[in-house]
Design a binder for this molecule. Structure first.
Ligand code: OAD
Length: 254
């Protein structure tokens, strides 16, 4: 993949760069995306039965079991060259912010610091009643069977049911990460939009905000997305290939 020389120069000159990532950046680590045909989680599972507050109230052990299955799978996954390239770009740019919709920790394990998680984190459950943080036991969980029901733990403080630390459909985004994201995107000169279908709002509206604020928007994705109408440059390919090449060619990382 060759990057257009004019684009390369404008990326190199930028001192404020933001990356907005989605499930596609973890696909090459073996973590399934949501909407890819055949392999996407929402192709195989019903989001309304698993990812809403009503679903958890109705069938907590089904929902907790599903998130435990995802957490166990993520713990067995390794960061890929795409995650590592973003960490390398962060070291090369004066002001860099990494905003992710992902609930895994592969950016952190790939070397990124201060990752802004818009949709929460699998590793940070909390009490559904009093919101006290719950700490998982240190030992990695056994990989539950697909569809296994697991009773959620109880809160040590109030006895309430512990819930997954992710944002469900119908819930607002956590206020601080969202504010950090808006502030960073409003000021950035370059937005790298990586591995997201850009259909889930408000996260997807960050792409519009960047474009309207005058940033150069570069998309990295093997397939067309809802952001195609607004991005200035589309680099078609898997993040694990395109990002390392881009990082080396623009910022001289290796
Ligand atoms: P999606 O599953 O909607 O989109 C994944 C995107 O990744 C698609 O555009 C794919 O083409 C692209 N993709 C696949 N493999 C890739 C690769 N190797 N490199 C780069 N891109 C690749 O996932 P998100 O956009 O992250 O929300 O979904 C947004 C939100 O919807 C998620 O955070 C989740 C879900 O419901 C919550 O759980 C709240």
């Amino acid at each position: 993949m060759t990057i257009d020389p004019a684009l390369r120069e404008s990326l190199r000159a930028a001192s404020r760069v933001v990356a907005l990532t989605g499930a596609g950046v973890s696909a090459e680590s073996g973590v399934p995306t949501f909407r890819d045909r055949q392999t996407g989680l929402w192709e195989r599972y019903d989001a309304l039965e698993l990812a809403t507050p009503e679903a958890f109230a109705r069938d907590p052990s089904l929902v907790w079991g599903w998130y435990e299955w995802r957490r166990a799978a993520v713990l067995r996954a390794e960061p890929n060259p795409g995650h590592r390239a973003l960490a390398a770009i962060a070291r090369a740019v004066a002001h860099f912010a990494l905003i992710t919709q992902n609930v895994d920790d592969l950016h952190e394990r790939g070397g990124s610091v201060e990752v802004v998680h818009l949709h929460g984190e699998l590793s940070r459950p909390y009490c559904g009643e009093c919101r006290a943080a719950y700490r998982f036991p240190d030992a990695a969980p056994a990989l539950p069977a697909d569809g296994a029901r697991i009773e959620p733990p109880r809160c040590a403080r109030c006895g309430g049911r512990v819930r997954p630390g992710v944002v469900w459909f119908g819930e607002p985004l956590p206020a601080r990460p969202w504010q950090l994201a808006v502030d960073a995107v409003r000021r950035c000169e370059v937005l790298l939009c990586v591995g997201t279908s850009a259909v889930v709002h408000p996260a997807a509206s960050l792409v519009d905000l960047a474009a309207h604020s005058g940033a150069t928007v570069v998309q990295v994705n093997p397939a067309p997305t809802a952001a195609d109408r607004i991005v200035g440059h589309s680099l078609r390919g898997p993040a694990g290939v395109v990002l390392p090449e881009m990082a080396a060619s623009v910022w001289g990382t290796r």
